[in-house]
Design a protein around this ligand. Structure first.
Ligand code: CA
Length: 243
């Protein structure tokens, strides 16, 4: 599908090497790319140029990138992908809980980066993340299907016998295909705002879910662990076809 409308990306990053890599990769892909090397100019550019997607480094010279998320989320749902250092898992989770859409860990390659950007832009286009699922009533990837209407999960056409909590976890992830959900956001969605913020309950359920749906629970192909952050379910087949 050829598109004449070029998406405008804002890169908020103070590392010149990463900026050069991003400029080369993203302009070659046909994106319009804007740059901000600090938080103040990022906020100005966001307000004046309304980018379609923001790639945000958390470690900026004048402010914490988290402050930008907080500020931007006060007035626009523009997707934000956090660029973060490998060692900062807690920061990643905090950024997602504040309203960032995704994150990518340094060092990253062009293929992974472009896939994340396409996913972020697509989620804005469909506006509701679960728009596709709301239409079809199901999520499916490979042999896994979540049938929301009939309240069941099938693997290769066979019913998977999940407990009610296991079903709730899988179906929650299925509403956000390809996107990471933090432990905190999952616990809140499943058990309410006053839920205990203990990830252990999720890990226990996930171990059991994986034994039921993953051909090899040690190398999951449907639900991935984002270490220290949360879980991500594979993108559904309909979404992958667009790419
Ligand atoms: Ca930095």
């Amino acid at each position: 599908m050829a598109s004449v409308i070029r998406s405008k990306l804002l890169i908020v990053e103070d590392d010149p090497g990463i900026c050069a890599f991003l400029r080369a990769t993203l302009t070659a892909e046909g994106y319009d790319v804007l740059f901000a090397a600090n938080g103040q100019s990022a906020l100005q550019i966001i307000a004046s140029h309304c980018p379609d997607c923001i790639l945000l480094d958390l470690g900026l010279p004048d402010m914490d990138g988290v402050e930008i998320i907080r500020s931007v989320r006060g007035w626009t749902p523009t997707p934000i992908i956090v660029i973060s250092a490998r060692s900062m898992e807690e920061d990643k989770a905090a950024a997602l809980d504040l309203g960032a859409d995704d994150y990518i860990t340094k060092p990253f390659g062009a293929i992974e980066l472009l896939a994340r950007i396409r996913a972020a832009l697509r989620h804005t286009r469909t506006s509701a993340e679960s728009g596709e699922i709301a239409l079809t009533g199901s999520y499916h990837v490979g042999g896994l299907e979540i049938d929301y209407k009939r309240h069941r999960v099938c693997l290769d056409g066979q019913d998977v016998h999940l407990t009610p909590n296991e079903f709730r976890i899988v179906s929650l992830l299925g509403l956000h295909p390809g996107r990471v959900m933090t432990y905190k956001s999952m616990l809140r969605a499943l058990w309410g705002p006053s839920a205990s913020m203990d990830n252990k309950i999720l890990r226990v359920h996930m171990a059991s879910i994986r034994r039921k749906i993953e051909p090899n629970p040690n190398e999951p192909r449907y639900i991935f662990t984002e270490v220290g952050v949360g879980y991500r379910i594979a993108e559904n087949d309909d979404e992958k076809k667009e790419e």
